[in-house]
Design a protein around this ligand. Structure first.
Ligand code: ZN
Length: 283
């Protein structure tokens, strides 16, 4: 076993984000796509949004300053896919690909290395609870971004007034239009979040995005206090666009799970600048 190189990797870097069976690298680390989505949001904010749109987003977030809204927006775009770091999603590696011996080999290699790095994958053939990743995002995010109230499980709203904005933001991510997530859906998703080892993986991913954006993940309640999910509709669309542009990560090929976070951050910024400038040329 190549354990010496595995020492440089940590479990969260083995969560996959996209799969491309024909590429030189079959899968792209989720963390690379998450930090890239954060950078894309920053680029959209700077290069594409008009002053009026930035002011509307800042108001919708009830942020004191536009700078706080901008950083929070980038962070939330990055962590909007945190629900992908769940047992059901991870074991579906390549489920939609045409089976081939080469792909099967790549899948096995990923699984073995991910397990060695400490990713808590369930055993092959085990029954795994399923929930949509976006519902898992809503269930887990408030606890990872500043709510530490005792007596509530993930997905259940605490009663601390200072934390209500975290729930509003987490529930509004991945929603489009007036479609607001129901608390029962979130509670159901909570049961598919996996054991506490998965909480640690998700915490590491969220902290990686926070570090990339330059905030402390648990400071989110000090940056924004959104009260009305319907005022985050335009933001939801920007998040979807940021994730889409981050996943079309073929401009420079996929990242490697052995890359340092600094390398991934640098790539993310370059990728985001290119993707958004192409968008402006095309638009
Ligand atoms: Zn709380």
């Amino acid at each position: 076993m190549g354990d010496s190189e595995d020492l440089n990797s940590i479990a969260y870097q083995w969560c996959w984000g996209s799969i491309a069976p024909s590429g030189p690298q079959v899968w792209n680390p989720l963390v690379a796509e998450m930090v890239t989505a954060g950078s894309v949001m920053l680029e959209l904010w700077e290069q594409v949004l008009r002053p009026r749109q930035r002011a509307d987003l800042t108001d919708g977030f009830a942020a004191e300053a536009e700078q706080s809204a901008r950083l929070a927006a980038a962070f939330l775009a990055g962590v909007s896919r945190i629900g992908h770091a769940s047992p059901a999603r991870m074991v579906s590696f390549g489920a939609r690909q045409e089976p081939s011996p080469a792909f099967e080999q790549a899948h096995t290699a990923w699984r073995e290395q991910a397990l060695r790095a400490g990713l808590p994958l369930p055993p092959i053939g085990a029954r795994v609870r399923h929930a949509d990743p976006e519902h898992i995002t809503a269930a887990v995010l408030p606890r990872l971004t500043g709510c530490d109230c005792a007596g509530y499980v993930d997905g259940e709203r605490c009663r601390d007034q200072d934390h209500q904005g975290l729930y509003v933001a987490a529930y509004a991510l991945n929603r489009h239009g007036a479609d607001v997530l129901h608390a029962d859906t979130v509670a159901k998703a909570y049961r598919a979040t996996g054991d506490p080892a998965w909480d640690a993986v998700r915490a590491a991913l969220v902290n990686a995005v926070a570090h990339h954006v330059g905030i402390d993940a648990r400071s989110l309640p000090h940056l924004i206090r959104p009260a009305d999910p319907l005022r985050l509709t335009a933001f939801g669309r920007l998040v979807a666009q940021s994730c889409r542009l981050a996943r079309g990560n073929t401009l420079r090929g996929f990242a490697s799970p052995h890359d340092t976070l600094q390398m991934m951050s640098d790539r993310a910024r370059v990728h985001a600048r290119e993707a958004v400038s192409r968008l402006r040329v095309a638009g």
